[in-house]
Design a protein. Structure first.
Length: 766
């Protein structure tokens, strides 16, 4: 009997393990939030990943993360190589390459005399910032922890969708403290703040951030938002106070002024106020002091809202009020496990799985929630609205994310894509502009980068059957966008970015044509199909046989000494050699201009062969930036798919690492990681709006897309290995598949794509 029982127990354990494996229950354990969490501009022209390591939930409003720096081109507020921490903020940007924003509601535990300014990294004793033990620093999906050595305090953080929780473990001290800097903001300062002590455990208030206080693009990004908060302390507020710096009315408050010595001295000398319960000012903070015993834990829970203080309180009661730290972290981990189960992989190394799931994690930070638990949000008209049947989203890094991030989400999170399109449509109406912004940030039309990427995202979604929005409005505002930003009557754009503008506008005009055709607008379709050929107008068929900037009178701009390798010559963040490949909607026409397929293939091979193996910023295939991300898949379209297989596997192996400096360039709000997810899975679109995905060599032996419909789409790569990178034959649902591409509907319908792999290219295409 004992033998039978033991066998039965083992059988149950086996079933449990099988269930655990099949559901991917602990995929969050593969996430390493430190991947990309560095600026380190010495390694790369535009810096590295610029991600943050703190706690977040999938597409959540809040990100509870350590901040190591206020100034500089440091959008996430954190860089791994920094040796001290200013505090722990409740909002962060992920991977942006411009002067950042957010980093609001900065909380810092401390002991000893109160200090009202952060101080400098070189002299932490002068301010409230602290050195920390790098060995103690821990980051997981939904959790962050570190030990502050100046104060001997352990800090732990976790997050809910609209709030977060901090747990501080103190030493024995008669003057322990939690202090909150309400003025602090990455890239500048909030320009006005308010705080009120609501009861013996609770505070509420707001922080107003405008372009005058720097922030996004150091003010050029036009960020104008107010964050409201509702926070509760586990220890009663018996000895609390405020500080307030008297900032003169005529002082400028952008980044360079806020970080200057006179400004910092003014903050260091802030007036400390006690005996009052509320305060409003230009640069204020709050503190509560208490005695602690050895290893005493004190909690701070807080929720935020972009609507009002009532919204923050509702968010708090819905997500945090009765939750312990353990429950908040457990819920965050479960949310990440569920989100990451959208794709499961087998095969590959443990490092490759960590790279994959961390990349998937990074694609699920933005576009983030912008509406409260009750559906209310603050609109572009500065009025409060209710989103109704969709969740309002914000942070749309269009120029980056139309290429890979949104194509990925059309497969694994189509509802999110619907949310974003509804958000863009509503914002265009609320602002009364009736056109789409290319880089939207908390309702701001920042004007960052170029092209009309929202048109690409909408067209791609519509063609894939993602249509829970007003299609006629979506089309009308796309038309308005193209008419406002386009190549004009001359059929090309001029300085300073003649090549980049002309090519990107030509592509988005092709997207308008596709959308027009689908909606039965034949006249528009014909007009925009013609406009989509604008790329031909800047191709010099005589000198260098390449895309070349033109001036207003139609003359070619002279070539500089380095010719097509000259960065910024008619291009943005690229050179003509890199940008010139961006004709995704007419590759055959592009190849014809370049002298035919054979010459085009040879030129492409040269582009890759001249690229450094680490793929850091360079003049050739510059994977560190977006304009080239479609290029490896052009080999498929040109009839040499084994070269797509060769180079995508090479990029996956060398441009992505399981280490802090594991991203060759800025994460760019999910784009860099989304490229890896698709390529490592064996798929990628060349041309969003055309529902064709190019098939390439997957990193893993099995990839399963668990679709929202309940169906699964599986890619199986038999005999796959680091040597066997070449596809020998393809079968779809048991039948020989004739081409190196697959359509979106074939993925969404479910099924299995089987690739048989070998170590030699199959150069004969059947």
């Amino acid at each position: 009997m004992r033998l039978i029982f033991s066998f039965f127990a083992l059988f149950l354990v086996f079933l449990g393990c099988a269930e655990k494996h099949s559901t991917g229950q602990h995929l969050s354990n593969y996430v390493n939030p430190f991947i990309g969490a560095s600026t380190n501009t010495s390694r790369s022209y535009h810096g590295l990943g610029k991600t943050f390591p703190g706690a977040a939930t999938p597409f959540g409003m809040t990100q509870i993360s350590p901040n190591t720096i206020t100034g500089g081109d440091n959008g996430s507020g954190y860089s791994y190589e920094h040796t001290s921490i200013e505090g722990f903020a409740f909002t962060q940007m992920s991977g942006v390459g411009w002067y950042g924003d957010l980093g609001n509601f900065l909380v810092m535990p401390s002991t000893g005399p109160l200090k009202t300014y952060a101080g400098s990294p070189e002299a932490t004793e002068n301010g409230y910032r602290s050195a920390y033990s790098k060995e103690s620093e821990t980051a997981k999906a939904g959790y962050y922890s570190v030990f502050l050595t100046d104060y001997q305090i352990k800090v732990e953080a976790s997050a809910t969708p609209r709030g977060g929780i901090l747990r501080f473990t103190y030493p024995e001290n008669k003057q322990s403290r939690i202090q909150i800097d309400l003025a602090r903001r990455v890239g500048g300062t909030s320009v006005r703040q308010y705080i009120k002590v609501e009861d013996d455990h609770t505070i509420r208030g707001w922080m107003k951030c405008t372009p005058e206080g720097g922030g996004w693009g150091n003010g050029d990004g036009k960020a104008d938002y107010t964050i409201y908060f509702y926070a509760r302390f586990s220890k009663s507020l018996e000895n609390f106070g405020f500080w307030s710096a008297d900032i003169p009315d005529d002082w400028k408050r952008k980044l360079e002024y806020v970080t200057s010595e006179p400004y910092q001295k003014k903050i260091a000398g802030a007036q400390v106020l006690k005996g009052v319960r509320e305060l409003e000012g230009k640069h204020i903070g709050f503190f509560t002091e208490f005695a602690t015993g050895e290893n005493e834990e004190v909690l701070l829970k807080a929720a935020i809202s972009f609507v009002d203080m009532e919204g923050a309180e509702k968010n708090f009661h819905a997500e945090l009020a009765e939750n312990s730290f353990e429950n908040v972290y457990s819920d965050a981990q479960k949310a990440w496990d569920k989100a990451l189960r959208k794709i499961s992989v087998d095969g590959g190394t443990e490092d490759e799985k960590t790279i994959f799931y961390t990349a998937l994690y990074h694609t699920m930070i933005d576009p983030r929630l912008f509406s409260d638990i009750d559906g209310r949000y603050y609109g572009g008209d500065k009025q409060i609205h209710n989103s109704g049947n969709y969740k309002r989203r914000t942070i749309f890094s269009g120029w980056d994310v139309f290429r890979s991030q949104f194509p990925l989400q059309t497969i694994i999170n189509p509802e999110l894509v619907n949310d974003e399109i509804n958000s863009l449509i509503a914002l265009a109406e609320e602002t009364r502009t009736f056109y789409y912004e290319r880089w939207e940030f908390l309702n701001a039309y920042s004007g960052c980068m170029l092209g009309n990427p929202a048109i690409s995202v909408i067209t791609d979604a519509y063609m894939k059957g993602i249509r829970s929005y007003d299609a006629e409005k979506a089309y009308l505002y796309a038309l308005n966008t193209s008419q406002k930003f386009g190549n004009g009557e001359s059929g090309y754009s001029t300085a300073p970015y003649s090549i980049s503008w002309t090519l990107e506008y030509a592509y988005s005009d092709w997207c308008v044509a596709v959308l027009a055709k689908s909606l039965g607008k034949d006249t528009d379709m014909a007009a925009f199909e013609k406009k989509a050929q604008a790329y031909r107008n800047i191709f010099d068929t005589e000198d260098k046989m390449w895309f070349r900037p033109r001036n207003e009178n139609g003359e070619w701009e002279p070539w500089p000494e380095r010719g097509v390798l000259t960065e910024w010559h008619g291009c943005i963040e690229s050179n003509p050699y890199q940008q010139g490949w961006f004709v995704p909607h007419d590759i055959d026409g592009m190849a014809e201009l370049m002298g035919g397929k054979e010459k085009t293939i040879a030129n492409l091979c040269n582009l890759f062969e001249q690229t450094p193996e680490d793929y850091h910023w360079n003049d050739y295939y510059n994977h560190a930036n977006e304009p080239v991300h479609h290029i490896p898949f052009l080999f498929n379209r040109l009839g040499v798919p084994w070269l797509t297989q060769q180079w995508t596997r090479h990029i996956c192996r060398h441009a992505y690492k399981n280490e802090v400096e594991g991203l060759t360039g800025n994460e760019d709000v999910g784009q860099m990681s989304a490229w890896y997810i698709l390529a490592a899975s064996g798929l990628h679109q060349v041309c969003p709006g055309n529902t064709q995905y190019e098939i390439t060599s997957p990193v893993f032996s099995k990839i399963v897309f668990n679709l929202d419909s309940g169906k699964t789409f599986t890619i199986t790569a038999n005999n796959n290995s680091p040597e066997n990178i070449y596809i020998q034959d393809i079968r779809l649902n048991g039948k020989i598949h004739p081409g190196y591409y697959i359509l979106h509907k074939e993925i969404i319908n479910g099924g299995e794509l089987v690739l048989n792999m070998g170590d030699k290219p199959k150069t004969k295409i059947e």
